[in-house]
Design a protein around this ligand. Sequence first.
Ligand code: SF4
Length: 474
Amino acid sequence: MEKAPIKPQEKEASVRINGFDEVVSCYRQEEALKEAERCIQCKNPTCIEGCPVGIDIKKFIFQIAEKDYKGAYFTIKEKNNFPSICGRVCPAEYQCRKTCVFTKKGAAFASEKAINIHFLERFVGDWGMKNDSGHMTQDTRHMIRGKKVAVVGSGPAGLCFAGELARKGIKVVIFEALHKTGGVLRYGIPPFRLPSDVLDFEINYLKELGVEIIPSFIVGKMKTLDELFKDGFSAVFLGLGAGTPSFMNIPGENLCNIYSANEFLTRANLMSAYKFPEYHTPINIGKNVVVIGGGNTAMDAARAALRIQKIKKLVPSVSIFYRRTQDEMPARRLEIEHAREEGINFRFLVQPVEFAGNKDGYVEKIKCLRCELGEPDSSGRRRPVPIKESEFNTTCDLAIVAVGLKANRLLTKEVPGLKVDKWGDIIVNKETMETSLKNVYAGGDIVGGEGTVIEAMGMAKKAAQALISRFSSR
Ligand code: SF4
């Protein structure tokens, strides 16, 4: 008889919306064993091709089933230094679970029946944390001595790149512009999805490998790339992320109480503004919050806003406006489900066209058009087509715009010869991730792509391997 997929425990929606505590629990041992036993150990495991860093999924699941948790931990660590992070935030339904044999070929996302690879990865990562199993030690067989490499940015790409090099004995210094490390993992993802102590644990692992992290340091302003090379760095990796929010460019978008999702989440997550005045950064909240967008950032912003309403003793009222339907939403299915359970209201096929404000300059209303779906666009998703004369107004005293991010040009415009495309993304050789400048590599959101944590890590690994090969061949 076919075994049902095992879901981990979750906090009740009515409980979890009262704070920022983690929603999904780790599998208990018996749950992990049952889920691991569902894996049929395919002869040709298609799940692996769906993993951007190529984890041997079949092997680590087998090791779980054998209760060899340490073995499973090391199997994952061979390819991914951050199993507890990826187990929590990877969009597995679009990656390894989608290519698992239990998902029908050609499906838009993973079947319910696909093995819960991400929950198993988290189980193993958290087991490693609890048992301090040991951080993967350096690869003493092939050490590279006497090299020093600078990494700009401590987000997923920068951390992954640093880990790969440090394991080879290469001295790595990470320069981070913010006062805390983690980049988008820290400022973009709320603690109810990725608790800070998990992030701290995985980052500490890098420090134990000898990686030095210098916070509050803006490369491009406080030191140029040339100066880094003069300081003795042999190479530089740019893992800058994409920190500039996109807007819709519609009338009224500059009114007060219209946040970019980036700013809203940075205040809430990085600066703990939901604990104001205990923490110094304030955050505005409204009685009727509208979040515009359909990705994970929109879900995170909506769920954070709802929690802040609860903390401030308001009646929760948060809506997500999206131009397409739920089927086209890029957000993880789990996040959509969680948002719905928590009481977020979804309004599909609506496109804001104007914000209107009160006499004090605060947003008060959004004018929208209804849409219908047209032909697929370049992303393969059906294009939203506004319906003529379908205008309507909706009340809103706080809006959060979550329609995407683009490259921050603070550093790239200061580096002569560094080629960028028309969006400001750094152009790289896709095989080596080297930029137009020799010994300057880049990866993650600053070179474009899907914007997922694991994809950024995949690029960083490629860059690290290219640089390690270059060092080894000298
Ligand atoms: S494809 Fe699915 S069932 Fe097959 S080995 Fe991978 S996880 Fe297991």
